[in-house]
Design a protein around this ligand. Sequence first.
Ligand code: 1X8
Length: 327
Amino acid sequence: QAAIPATLEQAAREAEQLRRQIHYHNHRYYVLDAPEISDAEFDALMRRLIAIEEAYPSLITPDSPTQRVGGAPAEGFDRTLHLTPMLSLANAFSAEDLRAFDNRVRSGLGVDKAEYVVELKIDGLAVNLVYEAGRLVRGATRGDGQYGEDVTANVRTIRSVPLVLPVNDPPALLEVRGEVYMPRREFDRLNEERQAAGEALFANPRNAAAGSLRQLDPRVTAQRALDIFVYATGRREGLNMETHAQTLETLAALGFKVNPHYRVFGSIEEVIDYCYSWNERRVDLPYDIDGLVIKLNSLAGQARLGATAKDPRWAIAFKFPAEQATT
Ligand SMILES: NC(=O)c1cc2c(N)ncc(C(N)=O)c2s1
């Protein structure tokens, strides 16, 4: 165990180097599921940074990886204004509904063919993340779409949420939307724990994720293995995409966790087949989905169609038939 640096400058330099390494390896492990170093080596980096921060507390920053364990409990949640509103989605329940959506989109654009991106609809709760110069500065729940609850301290404990984007030239400002969810295995483990402690059980992973994220004590949130899939941008500076598929690729390249099951299709019939295929396939997923989200791929087309008071005209959610009530 090397000696702690003798001066603040040396300590600051080593802390910065360690943070960069830890953010990189955190991304490899929690976002890509492809670690390059062993857990022991990762823990050694973290222990060294903790030792330096203990010796030089002035070096501790909110986005230091050591802060993943959560800080002091909050009295309540501040209200925060999203940089751009978070819209909701209209629902489709059948192939006919999807064909009607496609007809509205193509007539609205005056085209006879439209390309769609289809993504899994993660059954968790939506969050809004704001990054300034590649650093996470805010995490909020959706709230009413305009204002949400500031849950930044809790979001920082989610290992797959980058505290600092692991890229050299991050955008100056980036607002990102995603779904925080609890993997089913963690849900089962948590409910076993609560059962043993005589506490009320969570009804489903979605409620467990919501309860874990809207915790006043971030140290409790840190003990829940929450995860995230990121799926859209809001306000963004310094990024130019033409399609939603490019947006997803850009978000992955910036260090975010993007669900791998998205597909681009050139016809609504292929969209319909893909949606129905997932009603059976979803049991094999380690997390819950309650449908799929279909979006017009062209961002220019999205802008031309715009949104109603609450829903985009260029997207729709396909919902699986509700679970047949188990008799
Ligand atoms: N309410 C919404 O706008 C959305 C909700 C969700 C969700 N729960 N999961 C995935 C996506 C996605 N991939 O776009 C969306 S979009």
